[in-house]
Unconditional design. Structure first.
Length: 298
């Protein structure tokens, strides 16, 4: 190994971090632990004190922090907080990495805004909670989208707190992937809640029922691959075991059971209603239910 290679491998890129809430603090801890020079700013400076004690530089203002280096990571409350923090900051030749939760449209607007001010822009969607940050075995990762050049320049530094998954140059794609996965999660949570509601008043131990539920859902999850294949191919009939007509007929039992158990169908009905609507359109009796997606997107 040459001396230059040794120096390159030992180099720790400086990071500027705006925002020290729960997630921001976890990011700060990860970068400091890994030996990266860190400059931090937070609206309440008291949150910066523990990091100052560990060697971080504390900026008096966000603009001062931004002026201190190239890689600027934002992990703030919302888009308005980002606007406020960056007011008056010189973004020329900066790489902005926005890990503030937002929508795809706002990410695209932010990218245009940043580029007009001389900065490269990456948006990020964090698929982790703070305790998972800085813990590789946790499986946490961050979606990134926007400037491919910026991502390549900083990918090793960005990978310190959590794994990285670059999903394209469209700045909105990180938020889109983030929200799509979270939406699927809440859909699963709604099904879990309905299942437990059905057994709630019966002599069924929830803790004994839970493994059955987990095993069943795990067996169903690969249906996502089949759905993706059908969306790409347009083939909604090959390999279908239980067609739409059969599923709609069977769903009546789900509704009656809920009614008999005194359980609301508020979490169940929206999807069942979509299946019924698709069946009424005609011509879909033997199809897979994946086509309900077309009803959602118009």
């Amino acid at each position: 190994m040459s001396d230059n290679t040794a120096r390159d491998s030992a180099y720790k890129e400086p990071v500027i971090l705006l925002g020290l809430g729960a997630m921001g603090a976890a990011l700060a801890d990860a970068w400091l632990t890994a030996g990266h020079p860190l400059t931090v700013w937070n609206r309440d400076p008291r949150r910066a004190e523990p990091f100052a004690a560990r060697g971080a530089t504390v900026a008096a203002t966000a603009a001062e922090a931004v002026a201190s280096g190239r890689l600027v990571v934002l992990c703030l409350l919302d888009d308005d907080s980002v606007d406020e923090a960056l007011t008056g900051a010189d973004l020329t030749d900066r790489d902005l990495v926005n890990l503030t939760t937002g929508t795809p449209l706002r990410a695209r607007d932010r990218a245009t805004w940043a580029q007009a001010r001389g900065a490269r822009f990456l948006d990020g969607g964090i698929m982790a909670v703070p305790p998972m940050i800085g813990t590789p075995e946790s499986g946490g990762y961050v979606f990134y989208s926007g400037s491919a050049a910026s991502f390549e320049d900083h990918r090793h530094t960005l990978a310190v707190p959590a794994g990285t998954r670059y999903v394209g140059e469209d700045p909105g794609f990180a938020a889109l992937h983030d929200v799509a996965l979270l939406s699927a999660m809440y859909g699963a949570f709604s099904g879990i809640a309905h299942a437990f509601a059905l057994i709630r008043r019966e002599a069924v131990d929830p803790e004994k029922f839970a493994p059955l539920l987990v095993d069943w859902l795990t067996a169903m999850v690969p249906a996502a691959h089949t759905t993706a294949e059908r969306l790409n191919s347009g083939d909604h009939t090959s390999g279908v075991v239980s067609g739409l007509a059969m599923q709609v007929a069977g769903s009546a039992t789900l509704v009656r059971t809920a009614e008999d158990q005194g359980v609301s169908t508020a979490l169940l009905s929206p999807y069942l209603n979509l299946m019924e609507r698709l069946l009424r359109e005609g011509g879909h009796d033997e199809e897979d239910t994946a086509r309900v997606i077309d009803l959602l997107v118009g």
